[in-house]
Design a protein around this ligand. Structure first.
Ligand code: ATP
Ligand code: MG
Length: 698
């Protein structure tokens, strides 16, 4: 059949690569693909891009990838400076291109890229594109919470709005290097504000507008902004959230701690609430609409060094207290633009939608900077993906003819639970690439995403990366090679992922261990704000000479990478080290299981035993039979040693506000340490915890 022919062609295509030098950790192995073994083993479950897709892709084949990857590793300075030259630099960087020390035993950890180069990321996102003739192209589409409310800005219009705000900020005394805290929902004003800060060299710190007053005040106290920017209220689904009240409370707290804020700029979000009922502090609070439109629509750029800070962003807090990650300008710019272009095979005709909020790194790198640097048309969505119903995403896809859709496994799983009808009711014909980020995507969720959402036609870019890495690190390049459901596949250009054992020794070939990165890449974070020591201790001391990601990873015989979850979450049952992702995937593959999270609990004999929290698909009742069948599913897919000791029925799971499961809290619930739940301020819905505790004895 057709499929076979395609498969064979593809392999023949790569056959000539058999002579490619391939040492693990240096050049990724694409063994099966290279040697043609792929056809032999069925369980490999390779999903090939179509020939049509590959032919039009930026990277159409494994050999093209290997060629580019090899160059990026052997000559990083040459590789990256060639790419960087496509951006606008007021002045070129120093000869060295980059300098790095990741080895704590050799002194201070230090990473610099394009040092001495003078540029501005806002200029590269906007002015440069306008000058290139994209002035009338839509830069941002805005889709409101309620259907029928939308807006858009062309590149020229966006530039004008950014300049007006930038002029205002300068008037308020914001200077290069000053911090600005942004507490805004997904309005166009959010990327506008980020870009306005970048334009004048101010350091933005976006705080996700779902965080509590306490979390917001902690961040304000930490970075001491000159100005705080927010809006009066926002509608999320059917609910109205009074953001300004939260900011008021946060500013009271910060003032008490010696960080008073003199200027709070408030956007009047009329669709959510009229201004007259907003509580107001004269002298401090200013309505955006009263001042910003009066400012000139042109604003000179503040030229900055590539190594000047661009933004400060706190991690999502899945594993503990959030860390203030600092990114600088030049390397981040080059890296986000390049990863966006290749991982999503971006073409000027694309309409791109990333569902992430700008409050997270994904919204920084892949809603704002990466797409705009490429001159893309990008959707900013204010609402919730299941409002007014679970078909909203596909409604938006059809409305804007979205071609690239990038989201998180948590959303994929929840839409999968709601049923296919919500998806198949819409055409989705425009889609050509899907993306996933935030957690490992379970193979069963991957298949549903691929088959149902993408009509078995769109490659999935399962992008593994972190707030700290700035951009994609391990990711498919759609079109380049076959995918395996649940694997993030191979490293991006310039990235050297290594898997090490407990002693920090690199393991080659097929293996499993701690995921580290050797050497730096342009998008790497440079420090934790105000705490370089914590930066070194957390990331560079665990394994000397490497950046330690905190994640576990295995590499299969074909060289594909599989993220197994956080290493802190690894469970050791009778000497078997089991990653959470593996067991959760086995559970989620059961047709009645919507979502699962596993943790380890102490066990007299085995050391640790597996305790599983399971959410069933809509309307499915709990039963003893189902419990047994779930356990059987794990026994069959992984082995008896991984069978959960207990199944805890969970109507919902505790998640961070970015949608990640917080296993740290589940561990405490599982072991009955209910008074030690720790910091729960980054939880999306604290009620879930009580529900779970009340179901403990079922
Ligand atoms: P904190 O560091 O505060 O605990 P966090 O790690 O959740 O929070 P982020 O930087 O937003 O904060 O998330 C990065 C982490 O998300 C990665 O370390 C990894 O565990 C997980 N992750 C992201 N993308 C993927 C992916 N495609 N596959 C597997 N895991 C992923
Ligand atoms: Mg992290």
């Amino acid at each position: 059949n057709n499929n076979d022919i395609r498969t064979i062609n593809h392999l023949r295509h790569v056959d000539s690569m058999a002579t490619m030098p391939s040492g693990a950790g240096k050049i990724p192995r694409l063994n099966a693909v290279i040697l043609g073994e792929a056809l032999a083993t069925e369980e490999n479950d390779l999903v090939f891009p179509t020939d049509e897709f590959s032919q039009q892709a930026h990277v159409p084949s494994p050999q093209k990838y290997l060629e580019m990857y090899k160059r990026s590793i052997e000559d990083p300075a040459g590789f990256w400076s060639e790419i960087a030259s496509q951006f606008y630099w007021k002045q070129k960087w120093d000869d060295s291109v980059y300098s790095e020390n990741l080895d704590v035993s050799k002194g201070r950890v230090n990473i610099e890229w394009f040092k001495g180069g003078i540029t501005n990321i806002c200029y590269n996102c906007l002015d440069k594109n306008v000058e290139a003739g994209l002035g009338d192209k839509i830069a941002l589409y805005w889709e409101g919470n309620d259907t029928g409310f939308d807006d858009s800005l062309t590149y020229s219009q966006l530039l004008h709005k950014v300049c007006q705000l930038a002029n205002y900020l300068k008037d308020m005394g914001v200077q290069k290097g000053d911090a600005v805290v942004i507490y805004l929902p997904m309005l166009l004003e959010l990327p506008i504000t980020m870009l306005a800060c970048a334009r004048i060299g101010a350091v933005h710190s976006v705080v996700f507008a779902g965080f509590s007053a306490e979390s917001l005040s902690q961040r304000i106290i930490d970075c001491k902004p000159k100005v705080v920017i927010t809006c009066n209220a926002v509608k999320r689904g059917p609910k109205i959230i009074h953001l300004k009240d939260i900011v008021d409370a946060a500013l009271v707290e910060s003032a008490k701690t010696g960080v008073p804020i003199d200027t709070c700029l408030v956007y009047e979000n009329q669709l959510a609430m009229k201004r007259d009922i907003t509580k107001w502090q004269d002298g401090r609070d200013i309505w955006w609409q009263d001042v910003i439109p009066k400012y000139p629509t042109e604003c000179a750029v503040e030229w900055v060094d590539a190594e000047d800070p661009l933004f400060l962003l706190y991690t999502s807090g899945s594993t503990g207290k959030p860390k203030g990650v600092l990114h600088t300008t030049g390397g981040y710019m080059v890296y986000t633009a390049t990863t966006f272009k290749y991982a999503f095979d971006y073409k000027p005709s694309d309409v791109y939608w990333c569902t992430a909020d700008c409050g997270w790194i994904t919204g920084h790198s892949y809603v704002t900077y990466g797409p705009l640097l490429n001159g893309a048309s990008c959707i900013v969505f204010e609402g919730a993906p299941n409002y007014p119903d679970s078909g909203r995403c596909w409604d938006i896809v059809d409305k804007y003819k979205v071609t690239i859709f990038y989201t998180a496994p948590t959303l994929v799983r929840s839409l999968m639970r709601d049923g296919d009808e919500y998806v198949t009711r819409y055409s989705r014909k425009s889609l050509r690439i899907l993306g996933s980020v935030g957690e490992p995507i379970n193979p069963s969720a991957w298949r549903w995403f691929y088959n149902v959402v993408g009509d078995s036609r769109c490659p999935i870019s399962d992008t593994w990366w972190q707030t700290e890495t700035g951009g994609f690190m391990i990711t498919p390049l759609p079109g380049a090679w076959p995918q395996k459901p649940g694997s993030a596949t191979f490293p991006f250009f310039g990235v050297k992922p290594v898997i090490v054992d407990e002693k920090g020794v690199e393991i080659e070939g097929e293996c499993s261990g701690y995921l580290c990165v050797k050497g730096s890449w342009p998008g790497a974070f440079r420090t934790l704000y105000g705490d370089h020591e914590r930066y070194e201790t957390t990331y560079f001391k665990p394994f000397t000479g490497y950046y330690f990601t905190g994640d576990g990873c295995s590499r299969d015989k074909d060289g594909y990478h599989w993220l197994t979850g956080r290493v802190d979450d690894v469970i050791n049952v009778s000497g078997h080290r089991i990653g959470t992702a593996e067991v959760e995937s086995a559970l989620v593959s059961h047709p009645k299981c919507a979502e699962a999270a596993v943790v380890g609990i102490e066990h007299e004999v085995k050391g640790q035993a597996i305790y599983a929290f399971v959410t069933l698909v809509e309307g499915e009742p709990y039963s003893e039979e189902l419990r047994k069948s779930l356990i059987l599913s794990v026994r069959k897919q992984i082995g008896a040693f991984a069978a959960p000791e207990r199944i805890h029925w969970a109507p919902g799971l505790p998640k961070t506000r970015s949608g990640k499961i917080m296993r740290r809290i589940l561990r405490k619930i599982a072991s009955g340490q209910l008074d030690e739940l720790g910091d729960t301020s980054t939880l999306a819905d604290p009620n879930v915890v009580e529900q779970l505790i009340s179901l403990s004895n079922c």
